[in-house]
Design a binder for this molecule. Sequence first.
Ligand code: PRT
Ligand code: MG
Length: 212
Amino acid sequence: MNKPLIIALSKGRILDDTLPLLAAADIHPLEDLKKSRKLIFDTNHDHIKLIVIRATDVPTYVEYGAADMGISGKDVLMEHGAREMVEVLDLKIACCRLMTAKVKGVPRTTGRLKVASKFVNIARQYYYEQGQQVDIIKLYGGMELAPILGLAHEIVDIVDTGNTLKANGMIPDQLIADISSRLVVSRSAMKQKLSTIQPIIDRFKAALAHNN
Ligand code: PRT
Ligand code: MG
């Protein structure tokens, strides 16, 4: 029996934007992905299954070939390193910006800069490229709190409207990258299952063209 093709979906806000795209690509889960507590779902295609996992876990499943394809934020892919996978499509969903941000009206420290982020690899690389020596402090959320309490001078975080920063007395500063979600395919699936994967990529492409 052939193994099913597994597509890993990011739960949370990316999933909201993924559902219409999946439907447009004629991939219909047999159960409500948002209501069920299951992690693995059958679809209208016998050979396609969906898994719904933490956004930050998607590249890991794809990297090891445990999932053949995945939908993941570019920020998550950049932070992870996106080894052993190919980014095949920009799905143009869950769009936002990855930025540095600082406290409004406070001049940059002349001492060593402390930066709080959950994107420690991206932050390290960014400040390195700027020639700026920094101490990176790993946080898992609520980065805006760090400068208020003196844990850090700046943060690296996702910005959409900028309202979260504003509500905490901060302003966006430098743009690191424009972010959207991407369709990725594991290198091993690309080699071994291309005949199954290509039609799926094509259906996503057609769905996107229809959207734009
Ligand atoms: O929340 P959890 O820790 O479970 O997981 P997660 O944060 O990884 O998942 P989730 O569901 O929050 O989705 C995150 C992904 O959605 C990111 O990796 C981005 O690719 C994408 N995305 C798009 C966003 C936003 N827009 C966004 N606005 N992710 C987070 N935000 C947050 C941001 O962190 C900040 O707190 O929204 C706030 C900023 O929004 P504004 O409008 O106030 O600027
Ligand atoms: Mg979140």
